[in-house]
Design a protein around this ligand. Structure first.
Ligand SMILES: [Zn+2]
Length: 497
């Protein structure tokens, strides 16, 4: 055992605490975790040399835990030989993390003690298996079975009760009753109106549905953040809506009436849904798409930056707009540096004119993507439900020791891939064609002009690929210096004729 005292030297232990959103059971505040761990150290006669604390509000999100990484580095340095945690679900959040932890424990002879589950000797195969099972159970099970508190919380989650304290955007209508509220800092008691979290706030519901439809027709989060600011729409705490908050609000399964417990979908909630489930899943798929830039970086100011292709020589890279190098005007230029730029304003005007002209043609309606035929949204949703149930079953089997690690992970990966496919199908069924508002408009040019830049970019992206080839030198036959023929259009959609 690594935990016994030898030659008068006390065993050095570290404590790891993590605050997470899943405040299971005995109110797992960090103070409580720490106290329990310290008591265990004292009973065992260990010296606690360091306490690591991570604040990780989204469990399983894969977010980097700073103190956890620092602890692993310290353990690798030989700082301690014992790790104390409240429960293994505080320690590792995924099988990958667990395997890394096991490897380190094995190499450095580190013993892990938990307040809840006793000692886990990761140096032995049975200890490792225990840890893997505990990890898998924490990850896959939506509750610690038989845990009354957890069960009560799950029931509350299903009933749509909001445990978080902050009212979810879209719900919470005053019942007329009031309840006493104690300020945690001052201990002051105040009367607060009681809210019915199953009831929809009409204005907020309308905003939520508007955002969903906008995202489905190609709008960016950025433009919706601006919309909120313009309309004076705030978070339920009265703060301006930021990019991150808007994304969170749109990703909430609650919007579609889906109950979630500990990060897992557990069924239908009892509250009034605001958004159609298919639309909700499509929005989530769009916002999760790695190809979509989700960071709130600088808004593109030009129609074609990162959308037009370079086209000089064999280059197929995308151009960006720059005014560096003594240029008098902002110009599209390939970041790899070859060749001169093309004046951005002139290129964009030409591209916009060409798109409008195309959409004004009598056969333009044929460019519209037909609504996906034969997509049975209800059947897709049912299939998704089945896959999610299978994932829960797999977790249960693995947790009960009836399934080995390899078939378990394999089964989960297959299920996840299938679920991805179903979600993509659903997204296609409800996503609006970016061209829809333009084709058939009484004044196509005016309709185009009225679009925000990100919507124009969505149209461009789906309709045509523009390549900026090397322009001919000197004066053009039209008397000007801009070589329009070097701007090449490749239409992505064809008419039937
Ligand atoms: Zn290039």
């Amino acid at each position: 055992m690594k935990t016994t005292q030898t030659g008068g030297a006390r065993t050095r232990a570290v404590i790891y605490c993590r605050i997470s959103q899943d405040r299971t059971g005995a109110g797992l505040g960090v103070d409580r975790q720490r106290e329990d761990c310290e008591a265990l150290a004292e009973r065992m006669g260990w010296d606690v040399v360091e306490v690591y604390v991570d604040n990780d509000v989204s469990a399983f999100s894969g977010k980097l835990r700073k103190d956890y990484r620092r602890m692993l580095a310290d353990l690798d340095d030989g700082k301690a030989t014992v790790v104390i945690v409240w429960h293994t679900d505080r320690l590792t959040r995924s099988i990958v993390e667990l395997e890394e932890y096991i490897e380190l424990s094995d190499r450095r002879g580190i013993a892990t003690h938990t307040v809840q589950a006793g000692t886990i000797d990761l140096a032995t195969p049975s200890g490792r298996m225990t840890a893997r099972i505990l990890g898998a159970v924490a990850r896959q099970e939506s509750e610690h079975k038989g845990h009354r508190v957890a069960r009560a919380r799950q029931q509350k989650a299903m009933a749509g009760e909001w445990a978080g304290g902050i009212r979810p955007f879209g719900w919470g209508v005053p019942t007329g009753e009031t309840k006493k509220k104690v300020d945690r800092k001052t201990g002051e008691e105040t009367e607060a109106p009681e809210l019915d979290m199953a009831k929809v706030v009409p204005d907020e519901a309308e905003a939520l549905r508007f955002w969903v439809d906008e995202i489905l027709s190609g709008a960016s989060l950025r433009s919706l953040v601006k919309w909120c600011a313009d309309k004076g729409i705030t978070t339920t705490r009265g703060n301006p809506v930021t990019h991150v908050e808007l994304r969170d609000m749109l990703m909430r399964p609650r919007n579609a009436g889906i109950a979630v417990y500990k990060g897992e979908e557990v069924g239908r909630g009892k509250w009034e849904p605001i958004v159609d489930e298919a639309k909700h899943r499509a929005v989530v798929a769009i916002l999760m798409d790695p190809a979509r830039k989700t960071t709130p970086g600088a808004a593109p100011k030009w129609l074609g930056s990162l959308l037009y292709r370079c086209g000089r020589g064999d280059c197929t890279g995308y151009v960006t707009v720059t005014q560096s190098g003594g240029r008098r005007y902002p110009s599209y230029k390939c970041p790899t540096g070859h060749g001169g730029g093309r004046r951005a304003e002139v290129v964009d005007q030409y591209v916009e004119d060409t798109i409008v002209e195309r959409l004004e043609k009598p056969d333009a309606h044929e460019l519209l993507e037909p609504a996906p035929e034969g997509v049975d949204v209800a059947a897709l949703q049912a299939e998704g439900e089945q896959i999610r149930a299978r994932m829960r079953d797999l977790g249960g089997l693995f947790g009960a020791g009836e399934l080995e690690l390899a078939p378990f992970t394999e089964g989960m990966e297959t299920a996840r891939a299938q679920l991805d496919g179903v979600t993509r199908q659903l997204a296609r069924a409800v996503t609006a064609d970016p061209l829809a508002g333009l084709v058939g408009a009484p004044d196509v040019r005016a309709a185009w002009k009225a679009l925000e830049l990100d919507r124009k970019r969505a149209v461009l992206r789906s309709l045509v690929e523009v390549t900026l080839r090397t322009p001919r030198p000197g004066r053009m036959p039209d008397g000007g210096y801009f070589d329009y023929e070097a701007v090449v259009f490749q239409w992505k959609r064809a008419t039937r004729s």
